[in-house]
Structures are given as structure tokens and as C-alpha cells.
Design a protein around this ligand. Sequence first.
Ligand SMILES: C[S@@+](CC[C@H](N)C(=O)[O-])C[C@H]1O[C@@H](n2cnc3c(N)ncnc32)[C@H](O)[C@@H]1O
Length: 247
Amino acid sequence: MGTCNLQIEYPGRECMLDQDEEWFHLVTEDGQERIRVHEYDRVYDVPGLYEEVVYNKLQCDSPQVITGLLKETIERHGESDTSLRVLDFGAGNGIVGECLQEAVDTETIVGIDIIDEAKKAVKRDRPEIYDDYYVMDLSQPDGKDKQMLDRWNFNALVTVASLGFGDIPTQAFVNAFNIIENNSWVAFNIKDRFLNDKDDTGYNEMLQKMIGQSLNVYRKHHYCHRLSMAGEPLYYYAIVGRKENDF
Ligand SMILES: C[S@@+](CC[C@H](N)C(=O)[O-])C[C@H]1O[C@@H](n2cnc3c(N)ncnc32)[C@H](O)[C@@H]1O
């Protein structure tokens, strides 16, 4: 997207909040609006706002990191003619879809998000990226949803910056995992504290079991996902692997 003409005011570096509490002010002629970074419906409504806050100010690099690791892993462990039919789960306003198109050979990219504002932002800002985009809750997909998704024959699942923090619940991630075919590529990231013994979100327990039973992990990479509003690095794990069987 082009340069940002938005007027944004950020809290001082002393503002030590957890990620889902962080906020900024959007200043318009109507005044000052306080918006949380995780208030995605509001953030996506304003063209360029997500990009400016998350990618420019907070230096998030995760879409490039995850799609880059996926590319490297396929080159090292995959078949030479792999063309991906990707389910981008928690797709937001489409930045990951855009990176996927640049990084790997894609036959199809389909996005899913739980809010309508994400789909609207994709239509507005990145209309060429997705073959289809569904606003859907995969925690309890009905028969029609499953049928609609099955027909894409996905051979890759990508989820960036969408697990934990009240976003995608464990069961929805498991359901997405079970929709893709055996031998599919799986690439996602997750905050490091959700992938250790002290985690109480359920993600650590579920992922450790999944990795033991159904997911063959090729890469586990600890890296800085983005900065906090106070300028501190926030560390995530990037995981890339291959699905062996349903979980
Ligand atoms: C931090 S954004 C990441 C968006 C995109 N993947 C990216 O990296 O730019 C998290 C996204 O997850 C979506 N989300 C939250 N809960 C979800 C759910 N249960 N199912 C699907 N998407 C969900 C949010 O609406 C939001 O668009």
C-alpha cells in the first residue's frame, strides 16, 4: 500500500501492557479516537491503519518469516513440482496471502477470518490475492462449511499471528488442520509463552499432542514477531511441518 497519511499518536515507552491491551490514538478532524491494536474490526475499517501500526511502527515481520520458512522447507524436503492450495486461516486483511504469492508457487489461496471487516478490507485493498475468502467460525463448522472447504483439496495450512489471545481457539485450529489433506504443509506462529509448560491457554497441551501424533515438524524457529508499544521485542515460535494424519 502507499505512504501513510494517517495521524497516529502512540503511548510513551513507559506503557507496559500485554499485547492484546495495547492501544494508540487515531487523530482525525472529528477528534481523537483510542483504538486497541487487537480491535481488528475498527483497525481494518481504516485503509492503511493496520499496515502503519503493526508493520511500520511495531516492525512486525511474521508474514515474511513464516512464508520464507515455508519456502525453504519445501525446497529442502518437498517435491520439486509442489504447487500449493493454501488455506490462510485468520487471514485478516490479506498481507499473508500477498507474501505467499511472492514466496511460493500457489495454485489457490483461500482466506478465512471470523470478522466481516477483514473480508471487506481484502476486497478493498488486495482484491487480486484470494481465490475465495470466507467469514466463518471454524470452532463448530456445519456440514455445508465443511463441504465448501473440502472441495478446495487444500495441501497447505498457514496461520500467522492469529493463535491465542482470544483469537483462534484450539478447537478451531484442530478443525482447520483436519480439513487439509494428509501430507499437507503446515506453517504457523505462536507466542513463545503459549508453547511452554506454564501455558494455560490449552495451546501447549494441544500442540505437543499434535506434534506427537499428527504433525511432523521440520522447522521450529524462535524469533522476534514484533515490538511492543514500549519498544521491547515480542518473541514467537514459527513452526513448519507436514501433516501426517487427522488429529
Ligand atoms: C493479528 S491478526 C493477523 C492477520 C493476518 N494473519 C496477518 O498476519 O496480517 C489476527 C486475525 O485473526 C482473526 N481471528 C480471530 N479469531 C478468529 C477465529 N476464531 N477464526 C478465524 N479468524 C479469527 C482476527 O479477526 C484477525 O483478523
